[in-house]
Each structure stands twice: as structure tokens, then as C-alpha cells.
Design a binder for this molecule. Sequence first.
Ligand SMILES: O=C(O)C1=C[C@@H](OP(=O)(O)O)[C@@H](O)[C@H](O)C1
Ligand SMILES: C=C(OP(=O)(O)O)C(=O)O
Length: 440
Amino acid sequence: MVWTSRPVKALKGNIRAPGDKSCSHRALIFGGLAAGTSRFTGLLEGEDVLRTGWAMEALGATVKQTGPGAWEVIGVGEKGLSQPEKDLDFGNSGTGSRLMMGLVSGYPINVEMTGDESLRSRPMNRILKPLRMMRGLDTAGPDGQLPFAIVGTESLKAITYVPPVASAQVKSAVLLAGLNADGTTIVEEARQTRDHTERMLRGFGVTVGTERLGAEGVRVSLEGGQKLTAIDAAIPGDPSSAAFLVAAGILSPQGDVMVEGIMSNSTRSGFYDVVNLMGAHLGAEEMGDAAGERLINVHAGSAQLSGKPVPERLVPSMIDEFPILGVLAAFAEGETVVTGAEELRVKESDRIGAVVAMLRANGVDAEERPDGFAVQGCGGPPPGGGLVETRHDHRIAMSALVMGTASQNPVSVDDISMIATSYPDFLSHMAELGADISEG
Ligand SMILES: O=C(O)C1=C[C@@H](OP(=O)(O)O)[C@@H](O)[C@H](O)C1
Ligand SMILES: C=C(OP(=O)(O)O)C(=O)O
């Protein structure tokens, strides 16, 4: 179903950022594992997160909604995870599926897992390889794409693992397997990825060590056999979802957008650093904290940006924000170049190909690089007028719709259904700001 975003003069208003997707997955997983009842507020009720909740229920936890964004999770505690009676379907979610692969591998259960067309095409050997090492198996194995089964065991051995790609999902899967392994599991990241697993596990009473490794890296360690204790927590706002609203405020000719309660964590803030480098002058005010994370309100007003090379050291901390950065680059003056971001090829879509196709369909000069893309900015509103192929990718759909709010002509997308995986309130939030987005 085609939806179209038409240019409007002003986007204005205050929006509360939706709950963070990464933290919401982890809240349900850790709550489902813990002894006792955990209560969460502000949980993201996106499809990806709900599927993680259903998976935890299939494994023996009780997960129930008690109000809007309010959830109660009764964990399995001492009993451990039990054999699910059906396949676990993770839909579109790399995070849910990969974290759960690590988690279930340390229990004597056999778990069939699957996902949608996009997830079934994503690489899983990055998880299967360290899990095989923890079983003492040769690291060579069949190439992994869902559907497949994880056959768990109670005799995992701790390993020291250096992931070949910067991935919080890989780090987290290894640490979750490490919870049930014999010895101390260590993950060494050359460039640190988002640290929500480490922080939230500590909240649930697990001792997790973190040491700096070189200028940009980290060594994370966790002793096997530790138990989790239930907590009450408020989920911080999602900086990745908020990035669409912030971009909309910057691009609007009369933009005045405040996004409230965004998690401020240096492992997630790359997008905000880059748009400031490009000349956005975002305003930030402290808002207290939630679940051990600092919260800020961010104000975004109209600004003419200048294209910039994106510093490679910031790539992991903005890995989900490249589609919307591509849109900002199209409005900027001069060239924006992204390098060192080959991971974008294996997200919900090949996001290098999808971003370049989105921009070209709207009259913008953009080209693919093996590990990124280059955009020649229009120095103002790009032509627009295109129909964007979203390729089952929520972030491409939202980026294209934001582009349409300020381009010369409307921008259409071929599908919006998958936006609900990460940001079910996106369209209503955009409408509150004054966007003109509708079917057809
Ligand atoms: O751990 C997480 O919650 C996530 C890690 C990132 O994936 P990778 O680990 O594949 O980089 C990110 O793209 C995803 O949206 C969420
Ligand atoms: C890459 C993403 O998520 P996941 O890997 O969980 O599917 C995303 O939300 O942009």
C-alpha cells in the first residue's frame, strides 16, 4: 500500500520519545530469566519487542501488559528456561533472534527459530560460531540462516571472543550464553558497541566487568553461574527513533521540534554528534535518568546543514541512523561521505543500496561505496517526487517519509506496515508535529 508525505511549511511541537527498542528487548529477556516479578514502564510496544516477549513466554516466563507501556514479567528464576512447544518466530528482529540464540544455548532444550523474509536472509554465523566454540566444537559449521534449531547444553565453556564485526548483538549473545558457562566469558571489542546488555545485567544484580581496550575498544567480562533478581525500571527514550523527529525539525522551513526523554549514552549518540558537526545546533537539556541511563530533551530547529565526511569512529554509535543521515545529507550543502559502515549491507535490507536508491528516486546525486555511500547535497530541498522501495525496512520507510515533509515535491513509499516493528507511533507523532502523510 503506497503512502505519501507532502511538503509542509512548519513542523512544531513536543513529543515524548518512544521506549528504546534495545532496552525493551533486554528488559523482557532479563526479566523473564530473573527470580521474581519485574515491572517496566515506557516499554516499546513494537512488534520486534512483543515477539521477544512471546518467545520468553514460550520458554516459561509470564509476560503481561498491565497498562499502556506498563508490563509485568514473572521470571523463571531457579527453574531455568523450559522446552518450548512451538517454533519461536522473531519476525523482523535481528536483536530478538540473536540475543535469544545466546540465551537458550546454555539450557538443555532444543529451540526451533525462524523469522520473516528479511530476517531469514540475515547472517547468523556471527552468533553460531562463538556458540560452537563454547560447546568445544570446531568453529567450522554450516552457514547459518534462519530457520534453524539451537540445541542447548548445560556444559558450555567460557571463551574469550573477539567479534570480527562491531556488533552489540554478537557481544550480547556471547555474554548471555556466558551466564550459563563454566568460567569467565570475555568479549573484546576493538570499537565499543552499545552497552545496554552490560548496564542492564548489572541492574539485575549480575557482576559484569568493563575495561577500556585501546582508544576505542572495551573488554567485557562475566563469570558464569550468576543469577538475576527482578527489578522495577522505566525504559529510557529511543535515540534512534527520536532521530527521525529531530531530522524533521532540522529540515522543516519553520522547524521547532522538542523530543523529550531521549537516552543520552555515548554508545548511541553518533547521529547527534554528526548533525551538530554538519551545523544543526541541537539544544539539549538534562531530564534526570531512567534505568541507569541519562535522559535529555533535544530541541531541533530549522538549519541549513553542510555535508561532511562521517568520522569512522562514530559508526557503531549511529549504526541505525544512516538512512535518516542520508536524507539530511541530501538537503545539505556539499558532499557527505560514509565509510567503514559495511555492516549496513546486512541490516533489515542492504541499507547502502536502499539509501542510495531512495535518494536517486528523488533526484539526488548519490553513489554506493563498498563500505558506505556518498551524497552530493542539493544545498536546500531536493526535487522529491519519487516512489521509494522500502525493502521490508522500517528505517528506510520512515526516512523517506521525513524527506517528503520538506522536499520540493511529495515522496511516496511502497509500504509502511513494517514501521510498527520499531516505532508504532511514528505516523501519529509526525501528524502531531504537522506532517501531511496519508495513504495513496
Ligand atoms: O543490540 C542491539 O539492541 C542492536 C544492535 C545493532 O545491531 P548489530 O549488533 O547487528 O550491529 C542495531 O543495529 C540493532 O538495531 C539493535
Ligand atoms: C537493525 C535494526 O534492528 P534489528 O537488527 O534488531 O532487526 C534496526 O532497528 O535498525
